[in-house]
Design a protein around this ligand. Sequence first.
Ligand code: UD1
Ligand code: CA
Length: 463
Amino acid sequence: MVLDVVVLAAGKGTRMYSDKPKVLHAIGGRPMLAHVVDTAGALPGARLHIVVGAGAGAVKACFSNHSGINWVSQEQQLGTGHAVAQALPAIAGEDGTVLVLYGDVPLIRPQSLEALLAAGGADTVALLTLVTDTPHGLGRILRNDRGQVTAIVEEKDASEEQKQIREINSGIIALPSSRLHDWLSRIGNDNRQGEYYLTDVIALAVADGCQIATTSTGESPEVQGVNDKKQLAALERYYQMRKAEELLNAGVTLADPARLDIRGDVHCGKDVSLDVNVILEGAVSIGDNSCIGPNVVIRNSRIGDNVIVLANCHIEGAIIGNGCTVGPFARIREGTVLEASAKIGNFVETKKAVIGKASKVNHLSYIGDAEIGDDVNIGAGTITCNYDGANKHVTVIGKGSFIGSNSVLVAPVTIEEHGFVAAGSAINTNVPKGSLAVARSKQRNISGWQRPHKDKVKTKTES
Ligand code: UD1
Ligand code: CA
């Protein structure tokens, strides 16, 4: 079966009070429209058409890496029927289905769409409807005495009696493509909003002897649209709860499912535990038996097995090996690789650094552009001076070395294996294998030293 998915995304989103096109506002760290594109992509053989108008340039730019989208422009927003009509030239009138989705209804699931498509057919229009206690503002489903759908009436055009109807149109609809061209050519805009309503095709379909089937979703947030920031925030919470449930169902321990944010693709092994206020962004994997402490942000990183990340760490673009300990209060930046059992302590920043097996950087250090071997101990306050004001340079520290506290290592520089740097040294030349480097001014002790005295405060009469 040929399936054309038309996503309506031309609306301005005035009530968002934002310069950003509505469909680019994020749920779970990704634009609403990206969720819809993914969902459509999960339907076998779907051809994707996206109708854009307001902010079209920004919307298209956001999907520039995505091939296979037919962008359809709707210069003026003359209504949902007009919007779908703009996509028709790219849709052959053959035996197929047109599925209409909204760019601002981001959480619809593929399963729900599959059920809707299964209910539709060559002579059947399938509507996704919802029975709700808050139908305000939405199109109402009109049924006859036999319970068959006869039409949809928009709230603004509805009689008082029709406004009492609690079954609403979600807007998501599957239509036979062979008939759609004809129906859309017959709808007018003689209504309270002066718009071409897609919903008017229902009455035309009924008049043409078509069946109208309806399906519904298990949960209403799936068909919830976003018109303002309040609805965006509500859907965000629903999405996060769904993500937390997925993790719980897979056996992850969550200190509080309501205090965890997933903004990407997360894979957790067995017996992983996540404390409160953990934020996982982009592609994150966490291995077996690892524990992530409270207030930790992890972005695009791979965490191995048996890792402990203590409170308040920020980890980005890193690979953390098995058995490592990180934090509390560590900042692990892009290009950091911690090999097995390495330890990073408090107030340590690392960037583009490989830290060898069982090596330790326990306190107050900056390690950038560095290659550190196994079993190295980096003392408190050690700084790799990787930047000369114009270029970045590398510091190499061989296995088994010891860097005394408060040392600065001016790159490019190499400390060979089992090198030893005395505390407080400024090292700017290489240290040979097994040598001690002392690069600090010599201490002098002055005996009989008199401490300075405080000046006596003069009284008024003395002056
Ligand atoms: C529409 C339905 C209504 C349904 C409701 C569900 C119609 C006439 N009404 O009403 O029955 O209950 O959705 O939320 O279809 N859009 C365009 N171009 C346009 C107009 C709209 O792309 O010219 C897009 C909007 O960006 C939005 C979607 O279509 O994503 C729905 O438009 P909106 O104006 O919000 O429709 P409603 O009046 O809410
Ligand atoms: Ca709407």
